[in-house]
Design a protein around this ligand. Structure first.
Ligand code: GUN
Ligand code: FE
Length: 530
């Protein structure tokens, strides 16, 4: 059985799918519906005659292959801080917990001890591609990149640029030092030995931490590196928290947060912007225009009380969206948690929108009723003052103040819908699956290599089991009474696969991930042997 994401609205559930993978780890052929009786013949046709010369992974009832998760935003150097500090909002959290934790990575020995566990844990969570922030330190971040490379995970690894608004023991002393170490890390990563496949798995990424922590001069120098290297990816934070947004606008004398990054040429198609909780629609238009992507980090956004990013509205504006754990703003390194919180955040936004529409509708109805009463009793006093407010800004403003007959139905049409119809809508299973895989691939500009199973793409996959023996009881079993046809193209009668997926996404964990495979090679999971 294979689950294969296709789009925000559709995925394939294929009970009898055969994927042929080359020795280099790329997908050669996909047969979507193979009967057991045809298997040997198809293998023979493709030259797989010597059974000892290839690996055969077979998934049983309750097991399936799916593309690996893509974590578009996480801080490797904050893992030691996981699950503490949630009483603060962003700027206090950085000062009180995060900067002191990251400062410890000045000691390369500490990085040597801490980072192996970090990488192992993230891999075993099913993340086959990860966008890592290291600390500001060159040595520690080299150690991280080397570990990721040796493990065989696909990744982007960057070291933070930060030369202001940081504590004295955790700040870069000069623009020169920041730029020199950045260039040295890029060179180091580019020179890591190639694996069996000629394409590198680990990529460097420019990481100006966020506008607040960079002087204008530093951003100019980072921007210069970016312009000279159009293929080099960029990651930073945007509009996570209201105090952060205000401070950014005032530091840079800018009308919006997105404008600051645009000013320094940091908005482009390989830019990953984390959070985007408080983006205005104008900023969404700007980000879409430059083709930059947003990493949606709902676990972090709840934990640090940042708010809920309007993912549906971003999608309707044509902004690419992927998911990020944002460890340790997020308290879980697993994209499964991010998926769950993305679902909940979208439901909260949908509930809020429905309530707001209801309130508007009720107000309009009340006004309508009062107007009619006023018509029959002309001596009644005028409307309460908040009504004057909604008159001037409302739907019917163009009729002028004195107009009496409101059609309240006009105000009951509820939430505004964008062209894709995602604004204020709940995220479906298809959408959640997409964001965790293909959506992330687009955000990383790796959609031609990863994110779904397709011929010529790399085989980056999870072998998932929701059987009892995984040690995560309660996941197994399915309810045949349900109609499971929504948003999925499922072959044959095996609709139970849809429930296997749904249950894995909402109550699965590391125990359900038997194998984590990158470029055809097992690098983690329950069956992985060191
Ligand atoms: N903004 C600047 N730095 C950080 C960070 O480390 N985590 C989060 N969540 N936001 C940031
Ligand atoms: Fe972050």
């Amino acid at each position: 059985p294979v689950i294969n994401p296709q789009s925000l609205t559709d995925y394939l559930a294929l009970p009898k799918c055969l994927i042929l993978v080359s020795a280099k780890g790329d997908i050669d052929r996909i047969y979507e519906d193979v009967q057991s009786s045809q298997l040997q013949e198809i293998l023979a046709q493709n030259g797989y005659t010597d059974h000892s010369a290839f690996n055969f992974i077979e998934s049983r009832e309750g097991e399936f292959l799916m593309p690996g998760f893509i974590d578009t935003h996480t801080h490797a150097c904050q893992v030691p801080n996981l699950g503490v500090g949630g009483e603060f909002e962003l700027l206090q959290w950085l000062d009180n917990y995060t900067f002191p934790t990251e400062a410890r990575f000045k000691d390369a020995g500490y990085a040597e001890r801490a980072y192996p566990d970090v990488v192992r844990r993230i891999v075993n969570s099913g993340t086959t591609t990860c966008c890592y922030y290291g600390s500001l330190h060159l040595e520690a971040t080299k150690i991280l990149a080397k570990l990721v490379h040796d493990r065989g995970q696909r990744a982007f690894v960057g070291k933070c640029n930060m030369n202001r608004n940081c504590p004295p023991n955790y700040i870069e002393p000069s623009v020169k030092e920041s730029i020199d170490t950045t260039l040295a890390l890029i060179k180091y990563i580019e020179e890591l030995p190639k694996t069996s496949n000629s394409q590198p798995l680990v990529h460097p990424i420019l990481t100006p931490r966020f506008a607040i922590s960079c002087t204008e001069e530093l951003l100019e120098r980072v921007s210069k590196i970016a312009l000279e290297n159009p293929k080099l990816a960029i990651q930073t934070h945007i509009s996570e928290n209201p105090s952060e947004v205000e401070l950014t606008k005032s530091l840079f004398n800018a009308d919006s947060y997105a404008q600051v990054y645009e000013r320094y040429h940091l908005l482009r198609n390989n830019t990953i912007l984390a959070h985007g909780v408080h983006l205005t629609e104008d900023e969404m238009v700007l980000i879409a225009k430059h083709g930059a992507g947003v990493s949606h980090c709902p676990t972090s956004n709840f934990y640090l009380s940042s708010g809920m990013a309007r993912v549906g509205m971003l999608l309707d504006h044509g902004v690419k969206v992927g998911l990020g754990t944002d460890v340790a703003g997020g308290y879980s390194p697993s994209i499964l948690s991010t998926i769950q919180h993305a679902s909940i955040a979208s439901k909260m936004l949908a509930i809020q929108a429905a309530q707001a529409a209801d309130k508007k509708c009720n107000r309009s109805r009340d006004r309508h009723r009062r107007d009619e009463e006023a018509d029959s009793e002309p001596s009644e006093p005028s409307e309460p003052s908040d009504e004057v407010e909604s008159h001037s800004h409302g739907h019917h403003g163009h009729h002028g103040h004195g107009h009496k007959h409101h059609h309240h139905e006009d105000n009951c049409d509820g939430d505004k819908k964008g062209p894709g119809g995602f604004t204020n809508e709940r995220l479906s299973i298809a959408a959640l699956l997409y964001l965790a895989t293909l959506g992330g691939a687009h955000v990383c500009c790796l959609q031609d290599r990863i994110g779904s199973f397709a011929e010529k793409k790399a085989f980056d996959a999870l072998l998932v089991s929701v059987r009892d023996e995984t040690g995560n009881p309660g996941v197994w079993g399915y309810n045949t009474a349900r109609d499971l046809t929504d948003g999925v193209t499922a072959q044959s009668a095996d609709r139970s696969m849809v429930e296997w997926l749904e249950r894995f996404l909402f109550c699965g964990d590391d125990r359900n991930i038997r194998r984590v495979i990158v470029q055809g090679k097992m690098i983690g999971g329950q069956e992985y042997q060191h």
